[in-house]
Each structure stands twice: as structure tokens, then as C-alpha cells.
Design a protein around this ligand. Sequence first.
Ligand SMILES: [Fe+2]
Ligand SMILES: [Fe+2]
Length: 297
Amino acid sequence: MPARPYDTGLDAVATKRGIVSCKDPCMRILFIGDVVGRCGREAVAASLPKLREALRIELSVVNAENASHGFGLAPDMAAALFAAGADVITLGNHAWDRKEIIPYIAENPRLIRALNFPPGTPGAGSVVVEVAGGRRALVLQAMGRLFMDPLDCPFRATADLLSKYRLGGTVAAILAEIHAEASSEKMAYGHFLDGQASAVIGTHTHCPSADAQVLPGGTAFQSDAGMSGDYDSVIGMVKDAATMRFWRKMPGERLAPAEGEATICGVFIETDDATGLAKTIAPVRVGGRLAAAMPAG
Ligand SMILES: [Fe+2]
Ligand SMILES: [Fe+2]
């Protein structure tokens, strides 16, 4: 399929609005949910530089576990997302669907997989990246276990990792992604980390949730960022074949990603450098079928 131009009006946004002013030292973070298929990849590649400029983003994290035709991530696709401005790319339960990613992840520490895979799994479950001003940010991903393949405990694995860092001390920000099916497990994980992380953002269900909030202890939370793909679909896949699987309960056509115009779904977070905790969280939705959302100016 030929590449399509992707114009969401972000050029105008970037020039007309100095979106989000922050008087005190802070870090602006953009998390983008599961990139699905070619339309998702093209939309993110076209819009991420503009979103970074419009929102003055200092750290961007992109989940790309479904970038390769809905299943996995190929090395050239990861390189394209890094080139578009992703500081960190995360995976999920589809981490190894494209096996070429295994040697690539070993050589690219800014591509991470869930930290609660068994010991010896290629790659790492977290990375520390440097952002403007020499500040450091820890990005980690954990995978849930409810209605998912069994893995090591995501809570214990995260606690073990965080015991090595101090938010607002050794790292200015901590972004924890919880890749899980059940909202209950994600909310429990968010409260588990409340006060210890800047943000806990869920992925995997491919539908943006409307529960963005700063939890009482100061951690920004949204139980699912939503996917970056075509929403005229069943969670990003062509709707007819996906619907037939539920309706007929018979094997049918192989699932393929829907390739209409993508909606980029993400979350914007602003943290306080003094504490590393969140000041604001707001959904980001650009292009495609979903109602648009951008942080207030
Ligand atoms: Fe996904
Ligand atoms: Fe997933």
C-alpha cells in the first residue's frame, strides 16, 4: 500500500499555541499507545515531531508491540520510530512475534520489553534516559497476569527495580507502563506505585480510558492510553474477520490490521522536578475517527 499523506493540523497547532506553560522546573512527557500496523506507524512518524514541538515534549515513549502488521515490531520500524522522535520504545505480549527484534533489542537499550519476563530473556525491562538539563528519567514496563500468559509477579518485579532508584533524587522522573488486560490489575498497580512513580500508564486493550487522574500520592494514572491505529476496526484489526471469530466461533480469515486513517492516542504528563511527582495528566488524541483531545493551553 502506498504511503498516504497524514495531515492532522498539528502544524497550525504548533505555531499558534505555546501549549502548556510551566513556571517551575518540570518535565513534559508524551506516552503514545500501541502503534498498530502501517497506518499507525505512518501517523506516528508524521505527527510525533509536531507533537513534540507543540507540547514541548522532553521525553517521549511509544508502545510499538503491534507495529508490524499487528504482530510484533521489526528492526527497521523501530529505527523509524526512533528517528521520528521516540526516546524509548516499549513492547508487550507481542514482543517476540517478529523474531528479528531479538538481536536488535540486545543492541538497543532504548527498546524495552516487560521486566517480569523470566530471567535470561533478551533485552531489559527498563532504561534510564537523559533528557534536557542532564536530568535522568527511568522508563519501565511491567506486564499483567490476569487473562494473560503467566509471568513473574509484576508488582514484586517493579518493587525490586524501584528499590534501586529515588524519585526526585537519582532520577527526576519515573514512567511505569503496565501492559495488561484487566483494568482492575492496572488500577491496583497504579495505586501500588502511587507516590513512587511520576506516572503509571496502561496499554494493551487498545481503547483509551477516560480515567486520567493524578492519584492522591501524586502519580499520574490512566488505565489505558488507547492504540494508535484505525478505530473503524476491532482493536485495530479488520472488523469483518475479527467479528466473524466471535460470531461463528470458527476459524476464518487471518487477522490483518485495518488501514484507514489512524487516531494517535496518547497521554501527556507534566511532572514537578522538585519531587518527580505529577502536576498534570491529559489525554492526547489526534486524527482519525476519535474525538480530538489536546492538553489545554
Ligand atoms: Fe497492543
Ligand atoms: Fe498487548
